[in-house]
Design a protein around this ligand. Sequence first.
Ligand SMILES: [Zn+2]
Length: 301
Amino acid sequence: MIKAQIRKLVVFATVLLALSFFACKQTSPPKAGNDSRLKVVTTIAPLYSFTKNIAGDSVILENLLPSGVGPHEYSLSPEDARKIADADILIKNGVGLEAWMNKLTDSADEIRGDSKKLILVDTSEGVDIIDNDPHIWLSLRNAVLQVKNIEAVLVKADPGNADSYKKNTADYISLLEDLDREIAESVATWEKKEFITFHSAFAYFAEDYGLEQSAVIEGSPEAQPSPAHIAEIINIIKESGTGVIFSEPNASHKIMDAIAGDLGLRVYSLDTLETGNLVSGWYISKMRANLKTLNMALGNK
Ligand SMILES: [Zn+2]
């Protein structure tokens, strides 16, 4: 009789344990209670990719924006608030991209009290900002600065892993610089240096290689283009003599398709890298894919 009761209790305890295990799995980040690694949160996929390359598994890394969600009209979820409140380091792009986060980062220190301050990294430090445009990561040269800003904070916050952060950063920057050179060599072979895009994201990229982002269909990511703006773009396209136009993934293409149809333009898709897979190799592979597209569109390759 007692044995049966004990057996029942054991079964009950096992079920409870299993339930709590699954509950933890669903609601907690990948960490164990005694994991002493730094908890680092990035806001957008390029920053996740940069940080993963520098830190590998030496930190617990999470990203705020889920795959498929862009940063321009984002609003924070309760899960984001939990991630920020738990984080040691929060890495943002800056240039106003994460305005939706300001309130929470201001209050994060209040939530924790004085015991542990949140280290907030603005990766745009040292970048020459063009017209308050936040899309700095689309320039590989800016990406190098962003990576260095992340490295500096990790080295200071986690000196025990400093050597590995420094080595990984040097290795990653050499890959970024290789791709930068590759793009510059490709651009040198293109006859046309003007391009027309869907949303104003490629100013920094254009600046690096002497390209001209001669028109932008969607004035701002939130606004629909007015008929007057569309008429103006059609004029710019006609004057430029370009035969191609660049759209982007996840955008509504109706207006662009209409303009392209009317003027007989080819439409190519350029990725703004605002959202994507949270893996270390993602940033470079997407920038390389954009180069391939540009080569097809502007280089006749
Ligand atoms: Zn954008």
